[in-house]
Design a protein around this ligand. Structure first.
Ligand code: ATP
Length: 697
């Protein structure tokens, strides 16, 4: 199972696709296109606006993007992907308004990012950057406004063309970088892409992102030492780039990184955007001057409004024009953030000043034509489709054509296989850790010595039953406590992956069950074997049967533990519930109390160890494993034997022992109840995950 992620030897790292430049339109190409100044904008005409040289190139390129068909790239092989690499798509958003719980979070936000561009989304904390990214990725529905990708409204299908790199780099810490990437490749690329091709894609990506040297290092986290913070961020980005998205959205990718790592990361993104003509939007907090100048465009947010949108390099002019000049020694990024935070009046002055450009019909000195267009339209409430230069002209190529693609990139079986292997790899070191080995030995050897070879006598029946109760109780509590933290720990990862539509919930759920089942077996085998033979329980037949029953009881407890962990999210609630449950189970499990008030009898059937205890009792106390009668016997049979005063040793019938414990069900009946409980817990867990613990809630 562990080899599932392992690659073949000697994968050649190829240089990155050089074709993307070839796909770009040159200014000559666009000669045949209508000049941008002819593109109609309702209510405005800017005859003086002609495209600059750079814009000419971009417009031509955008034209190509618009004509790019969303179809087979997901299904393309790596080789095809090399030659048909998805190029960027223009992202346009206009008049975006978001209201959460009656509070206006975003107000009339607009912007455009073209392929090959890097847009910095900046603003003070709480200004709405993450909210805007969520709108652009379709995770939050805007109250009004429009978001288009390559000229088409953002639909579920089109969302697959973009990726979202979240601020937190959350991974399974015990997996290596290579395992992590291969797992994502298996989940997010179609099955038609072969293992070797996936390896090749990964090789190219890690080479480009500079993480090749840590391929075999575990990812780690705050508690487990793994790759560095910067490397983990790159792994996060690499995971998203596997699907070759046209548009990348990143939420504060430099947070927690030192300045040189941040610089290197943004430089890598910039290089990637330019080289592959990808569209990149990134929120960023207080970048250094060097980093700031790597961005092409800037969208400065303040209290949910746009305080500046335009070329990043023109921000200094903008503030100078506003009468707030930024001195040469100041970092423009720090300066503008300080200004928008200075006071409500200053903030309002900046927003008002910027809005002047948005409502002006004269050429804006701070914004390029393209940017001015977007804002003018936004202010005019013009929400009709923007016809980008070239798309409405003769021979301008088709609109971005959306073709229905399957809901999931990979098949159910691929998802199941991958998630099972991943979970197994993640859990294995914890379950088979030294501390667990010691725990298993201590909890089997010490009780085994306490009950060492318990004599087969009537007055030792209680001791023998106590030993069995200890066994079933141990294998009730241990799986519950092992399972309780497993879902809370992986919940952020699972939610992230479910939001990204990486796999079916059913595949995750089944994988979780399958991968954890075999991991309990080695401990169970060792524990039961030591306990059984030290205490001298009822022979080989009972040994194997007890093993099976306790294994079943363990799986049922695991199912219960997982259910508790998905129902209660807080640790306090989880612990309070689990402690109460365990105490009541001990009490009602059939060893301490056999008779309950008639109106409370039903309670004992909630103690699931009652069934495993009753089953093991029936396997232990059989007529072929005779127990000598005590002098003061409770058994009528023994009492009769004593009365007869024969010299033969009297043995107590098994049924008389079992009658003391009031066992209503035969062994198979107890097994059946355990199976039903296990199934009920599993189904309930799935339903909670499906309908209550939906990601994003
Ligand atoms: N689910 C929500 N419920 C209530 N308020 C919310 C919710 N999500 C966001 N907000 C509010 O919206 C505003 C913008 O939040 P957002 O996270 O977009 O800001 P941000 O600019 O990304 O902040 P930061 O830089 O600190 O991450 C904040 O005032 C926040 O409290």
């Amino acid at each position: 199972m562990g080899d599932f992620f392992e690659g073949g030897a000697g994968v050649t790292v190829t240089t990155l696709r050089e074709h993307s430049r070839a796909g770009m339109s040159s200014c000559q190409d666009s000669d045949s296109l209508p000049p941008r100044s002819k593109v109609g904008l309702a209510g405005f005409s800017n005859p003086g606006l002609e495209l600059g040289e750079g814009e000419c190139e971009r417009a031509g390129m955008e034209d190509k993007m618009e004509g790019f068909h969303l179809d087979s790239t997901r299904g393309a092989s790596a080789g095809q992907a090399e030659s048909q690499k998805r190029r960027g798509l223009a992202v346009r958003f206009r008049g975006v308004e978001v209201e959460i719980q009656g509070r206006q979070i975003l107000r009339d936000v607009a912007g455009t990012v073209l392929p090959g561009e890097l847009l910095a989304l900046m603003g003070p904390s709480g200004s709405g950057k993450t909210t805007l990214l969520s709108v652009l990725t379709g995770r939050i529905q805007a109250k009004s406004g429009q978001v288009t990708l390559g000229g088409r409204p953002l639909t579920k299908n089109l969302r697959r063309m973009l990726c979202y790199v979240m601020q937190q780099d959350i991974f399974f810490p015990n997996l290596t970088v290579k395992d992590t990437l291969m797992c994502q490749a298996h989940l997010r690329l179609p099955d038609s892409v072969t293992f070797a091709e996936k390896e090749k894609i990964i090789s190219v990506l890690v080479e480009e992102l500079g993480i090749k040297k840590c391929l075999n290092t575990i990812v780690g986290n705050d508690f487990v030492r793994g790759v560095s913070g910067g490397e983990r961020k790159r792994v996060n980005i690499a995971c998203e780039l596997l699907t070759d998205p046209s548009v990348m959205l990143l939420d504060e990718p430099t947070s927690g990184l030192d300045s040189s790592t941040s610089h290197s990361l943004i430089a890598t993104l910039k290089h990637y955007a330019v080289k592959h003509q990808k569209t990149i939007i990134s929120s960023i907090h207080q970048p250094s001057s060097l980093i700031f100048h790597m961005f092409d465009k800037l969208l400065l947010m303040s209290d949910g409004e746009v305080a500046y949108y335009g070329q990043a390099s023109r921000i200094v002019d903008f503030f100078a024009d506003l009468g707030m000049p930024c001195t040469a020694h100041e970092n423009p990024a720090d300066y503008m953030l300080d200004k928008v935070k200075e006071s409500p009046e200053v903030r309002q002055d900046i927003v008002d000043y910027f809005n002047k450009f948005r409502i002006s019909s004269v050429e804006c000195p701070l914004l390029s034509k393209d940017e001015t267009d977007t804002h003018l339209q936004s202010m005019a409430g013009e929400l009709s489709e923007v016809k980008i230069a070239g798309t409405d002209g003769e021979g301008a190529g088709a609109e971005l054509e959306e073709v229905e693609s399957p809901q999931w990139a990979s098949s159910f079986w691929m998802q199941l296989r991958t998630l099972t292997a991943r979970n197994f790899k993640q859990q294995r070191p914890q379950i088979l850790s030294l501390i667990n080995v010691i725990k298993t030995l201590v909890t089997s050897v010490i009780p085994g010595l306490i009950w060492f070879q318990v004599p087969r006598e009537e007055d030792q029946v209680k001791a023998r039953a106590g030993m069995l109760f200890h066994l079933v109780l141990y294998w009730f509590i241990t799986p519950i406590f092992r399972t309780l933290p497993s879902y809370p720990v992986e919940r952020p990862i699972i939610n992230k992956e479910r939001l990204a539509g990486s796999y079916r919930l059913s595949a995750y759920f089944l994988a979780k069950v399958l991968s954890e089942l075999p991991l309990a077996i080695p401990q169970l085998l060792v524990h039961i074997t030591i306990s059984f033979w030290l205490t001298g329980l009822n022979g080989a037949g009972a040994y194997f049967a007890d093993m099976g029953i306790i294994a079943l009881s363990t799986f049922t407890s695991e199912a219960l533990g997982l259910l508790i962990s998905v129902v209660f999210l807080g640790m306090d609630q989880t612990m309070a519930f689990s402690t109460s449950l365990i105490v009541l189970t001990v009490l009602l499990g059939g060893f301490y109390i056999q008779k309950l008030p008639f109106w409370l009898v039903w309670l004992r059937y909630l103690a699931i160890i009652l069934f495993s205890f009753h089953a093991t009792l029936q396997l232990e106390f059989t007529d072929d494993a005779s127990f000598r009668c005590a002098i003061q016997s409770f058994s009528p049979h023994c009492a009769a034997a004593h009365l007869n005063n024969t010299n033969e040793t009297a043995y107590i019938p098994a049924q008389e022992i079992l009658d003391q414990f009031i066992i209503p069900l035969p062994v198979w009946g107890n097994i059946l109840v355990l199976v039903l409980y296990m199934l009920a817990f599993r189904v309930a867990t799935y339903l909670v995950l499906r309908f209550i613990r939906t990601p994003g809630k």
